[in-house]
Design a protein around this ligand. Structure first.
Ligand code: AHG
Ligand code: MN
Ligand code: MN
Length: 291
């Protein structure tokens, strides 16, 4: 019994490594897609967002390459209605291009990925690894796996570690709240009013870049439930849960307003969830404010 368990664990870890290295190897092609495929595609994704040609190109690249890995059984992404399946054991869920509204103004964008032991939709505690790439002045990647968070610089499809133990700093410095002041609930408005006197505003419209601010400087990122959209804007499987896994692994906390995002049991592939991640005390205060 223990033999097969060991083998599957080793195989599982090998597949997780292959997924991470395939994402790394694909980043130069995604950067090229951002430069070359800049138009609209006249189509919308399953959550109703307009799709840029770069969204579709990035999704195509990742789907081909990740499904080409022996141990990968399925590929799911915010850009496609259904899960793509093949033989294998692990399941990859992706936001192939995060913050694509930043393409035109050339602000930060990224890729978010999660490797699950069960086929999505599934709960965040089934994540084996999660990570995000930032296509910024340099290309960087942050990965949470086996209880720690590492940051890498990516060059020419290779990665080198720049921080092998990323942890959310104790003293918070920044905050970033999405959705727009007038769309917030009264409870979130009062919380935001307190926080904005304590911390510095860092909100750039691409989740991965705003999250990296929180990982670097401490603070909180929220895309809250709105009066008009109680589940907010961000997708549970492709954005909220993988990012929550990273921030919690880095010693921070996450919440959908009342509990960890890793405990949210999504019914559908494309559902949305309010996202709050950052220092535990700020998340505790937020949950108290929304209670
Ligand atoms: P995507 O480009 O993958 O749809 O993600 C955009 C998301 C997220 O990256 C960001 O935090 C949020 O949308 C910004 O929303 P607003 O434009 O409403 O601020
Ligand atoms: Mn996207
Ligand atoms: Mn996104």
């Amino acid at each position: 019994m223990s033999k097969s368990l060991d083998t599957s664990t080793t195989e599982t870890e090998q597949t997780v490594t292959e997924v991470i290295d395939t994402v790394v190897a694909t980043t130069p092609d995604v950067r090229r897609a951002i430069a070359d495929h800049r138009g609209q595609s006249n189509s919308v994704n399953p959550t109703g967002d307009d799709q840029l040609a770069a969204d579709l190109r990035a999704d195509e690249l990742f789907e081909q390459r990740l499904l080409g890995i022996d141990g990968v059984a399925t590929y799911a992404s915010e850009e496609r209605a259904d899960v793509k399946t093949t033989d294998g054991r692990l399941h990859v869920a992706m936001d192939p291009l995060d913050g694509s509204s930043n393409l035109e103004p050339n602000s930060g964008m990224g890729t978010i990925f999660g490797v699950y032991s069960e086929q999505p939709p599934t709960v965040g505690t089934n994540l084996l690894a999660a990570g995000f790439v930032i296509y910024g002045p340099i290309t960087s990647m942050v990965v949470a796996r086996k209880g720690s968070v590492r940051e890498y610089i990516l060059e020419d499809g290779d990665k080198r570690v720049v921080d092998d133990d990323v942890t959310v700093p104790e003293d918070p410095t920044v905050f970033g709240f999405g959705g727009g002041v007038d769309s917030w609930t009264d409870e979130f408005q009062s919380y935001a009013e307190e926080v904005r006197h304590e911390l510095k505003l860092r909100y750039g419209g691409a989740m991965v870049a705003d999250i990296n601010q929180v990982l670097t400087y401490g603070g909180i990122f929220s895309y809250p439930g709105l009066v008009s959209a109680p589940d907010g804007k961000l997708r549970t499987l492709f954005e909220g849960v993988p990012i929550a896994h990273i921030v919690e692994t880095a010693g921070g906390a996450s919440s959908d307003g009342s509990r960890s995002l890793l405990d949210v049991e999504p019914d559908g592939l494309h559902e949305r969830v309010p996202v709050h991640v950052g220092n535990q005390p700020l998340i505790d205060r937020l949950e108290a404010a929304l209670a």
